[in-house]
Structure formats: C-alpha cells, structure tokens
Design a protein around this ligand. Structure first.
Ligand SMILES: [Fe+2]
Ligand SMILES: [Fe+2]
Length: 170
C-alpha cells in the first residue's frame, strides 16, 4: 500500500504548498496590500479543482468506501468525520475574494484544511497501510488513475501551473 499512501501524501504536499501561498496572500491582504484578482482566481481554481475536485474525490469515492468495506467504523468514527470535513472545508472557501473580509475568511479556510490533512496523515494513512493488501493497492491506484485522467482533461494542469507561478511564499 506504500504507493497508495505516497500518491495521496504527494497531493497533500502540493496542497500544503498552495496553502502556504494562500496564507501569505491573506496576510498581505490583511495588511492592506493589493492582491491581484488574477492571483486570487488562480487560488480559487486550485482549491476548487485540485482539492475539492481531484484529491477529495479520490478519498470520497475510492479510499473511504474501501475503508468502510474493511470494517472501519462509520458512525462517529474517523472515516465519517473526515468525509464530513470535506463538505465543511469546501463550504468554508470564501465566496467573495474582494472587499475587506476575504483575508480572514481565507485564513480560516486554510487552517481547517491544514487540520484535516494532519488528521488524515496521522490517523487514516497508518490504518490504510495496516489494512491494505497488494490487490487492494492495485485497485485503488487504478481508480486514482482514472480520476487523474478525467481531471487532466478538465484543465487541471493549467490550474497547477498558475498556482506554481504565484510569487507568494511563507
Ligand atoms: Fe481529505
Ligand atoms: Fe487528503
């Protein structure tokens, strides 16, 4: 299952790099600096397509259902909690990235997302490593690949390039 976890951890790292930039951008905005609408749009596209689309889709439609099949308790257990967090995190992304409120709203979003990723890294991924068989890994990676292929067709590579080009850093 190492390749399954490497795949998801690599995406977490890509997300955390963008979160660093989003936080730096929010800091600038909070201090009254002008942040270009194009930069904010690049962030919105990234979080919409890469985080809530591609990455969370892999977890929601393949990893979490597989963990449920393995008997990981659903109700108040960690899988149910993390699936609910996907909805909460997506909802927390600020609708309005203009005006005075967006820096604080973006900071809140970033900290929710950071905490969510930490919980997956610390709780779910060790469980996946323990429960998965080589055959499970093969099937999960095949499903991840199908999701990657459809995301690439939907223009994800352009979105990744745009976020990569943002000059903000922490
Ligand atoms: Fe997640
Ligand atoms: Fe994740």
């Amino acid at each position: 299952m190492d390749r399954v976890i490497d795949h998801l951890r690599h995406e977490h790292q890509t997300i955390l790099t963008a979160v660093d930039k989003a936080e730096a951008m929010a800091d600038s905005g909070a201090l009254g600096a002008t942040v270009s609408p194009a930069s904010l749009q690049a962030l919105r596209d990234f979080f919409t397509l890469y985080v809530h689309g591609l990455h969370q889709r892999k977890e929601d439609s393949t990893l979490f259902p597989w963990l449920r099949l393995k008997g990981v308790y659903e109700g108040a257990g960690c899988v149910g909690l993390l699936a609910a967090e996907h909805v909460d995190v997506a909802k927390a992304f600020p609708e309005d990235l203009s005006g005075a409120a967006w820096p604080a709203a973006l900071q809140t979003y970033c900290s929710l997302l950071r905490n969510h990723i930490r919980r997956e890294d610390d709780v779910i991924f060790p469980l996946v490593l323990r429960l998965g068989t080589p055959q499970d890994a093969k099937e999960l990676l095949r499903e991840f690949g199908a999701i990657d292929a459809s995301a690439t067709r939907a223009g994800l590579e352009d979105v990744l390039r745009a976020v990569d080009a943002l000059a903000y850093a922490r």
